[in-house]
Design a protein around this ligand. Structure first.
Ligand code: KIV
Length: 271
């Protein structure tokens, strides 16, 4: 188990210490109060209010449509539930790429209106100014490199990134730049395991992988994917811990049948 299991609050410093002693960091997404409460009570280190809410909660095809107001709604719900985990919130598409002042005001809205502890932002060199400005306001920033879903229309597919040397070198340079800029951690999404291991070995800040192999400092999955609620999404890196889709489906069918057959409510289930 964790050396830090009795720590009252997971902070960015605790994550840094975990990397130093080689303890892996656990991270999952949550977008609502009830789920966040369970995940936090179970002892997760980091909760990500990801812009994957755009797909998972709202049914969009990509993460692009979700708005800052919607992210703030999800993040505030999560914050109300969590006692221990570090809560990181994605800055959604279109709220930080324009200019660094806009990026700062988006990050400030998240911190002020939700009570979360940090923000996450996709990209490297291109968004350096935004990261510097957000950090200068005392807001912890997590980076995100590799398959950055907000750039899906540039990539064209959700396949593995940085397989070629040129892109791998840019990713490594971006990772170093994010560390030097002051990011406290870095998500590495869907890149070759060897590259993720190399980046992790070169950085002092923790890396959290999703489809990036075992030699990173922690792992993140989308809660709805690992619990088998989403069915259509089945990448190689995903380990499913449950088949909640079937569980919910069968329970709903039992309920319908109980209502139709007048079995529900029974004598004890009424006043
Ligand atoms: O939005 C999200 O859920 C993410 C994770 C996949 C890392 O960014």
């Amino acid at each position: 188990m964790s050396v830090y299991k009795n720590v009252k609050h997971i902070t960015t410093h605790v994550l840094q210490n975990m990397k130093s002693i080689g303890e892996k960091i656990s991270m999952l997404t949550a977008y609502d109060y009830s789920t966040a409460k369970i995940i936090d009570a179970a002892g997760i280190d980091v909760i990500l209010v990801g812009d994957s809410a755009s797909n998972v909660m709202a049914g969009h095809q990509s993460t692009l449509p979700i708005t800052l107001n919607e992210m703030i709604y999800h993040a505030s719900s999560v914050v109300r539930a969590v006692r221990r985990a570090l809560i990181v919130v994605d800055l959604p598409f279109g709220t930080y790429q324009g200019n660094s002042k806009e990026a700062l005001s988006s990050a400030i809205r998240i911190m002020k209106e939700t009570g979360a502890h940090a923000i996450k932002i996709e990209g490297g060199e291109e968004i350096k100014e935004s990261i510097i400005r957000i950090l200068s306001a005392g807001i912890p920033v997590m980076g995100h490199l590799g398959l950055t879903p907000q750039s899906i229309h540039k990539f064209g597919t959700y396949s593995v990134r940085a397989k070629e040397e040129e892109e791998a070198l840019k990713l490594l340079n971006d990772a170093i730049l994010l560390q030097e800029t002051g990011c406290f951690g870095l998500v590495l999404e869907k890149i070759p395991a060897k590259l993720a291991a190399k980046v992790t070995a070169q950085l002092k800040i923790p890396t959290i992988g999703i489809g990036a192999g075992p030699n990173v400092d922690g792992q993140v999955l989308v809660f709805h994917d690992m619990m088998g609620i989403t069915q259509e999404f089945s990448p190689r890196f995903l380990r499913r811990y449950h088949n909640l889709y079937n569980e919910i489906y069968n329970s709903v069918q039992s309920y319908i049948s109980d209502v139709k057959s007048k079995d529900f409510p029974n004598e004890k289930e009424q006043y």
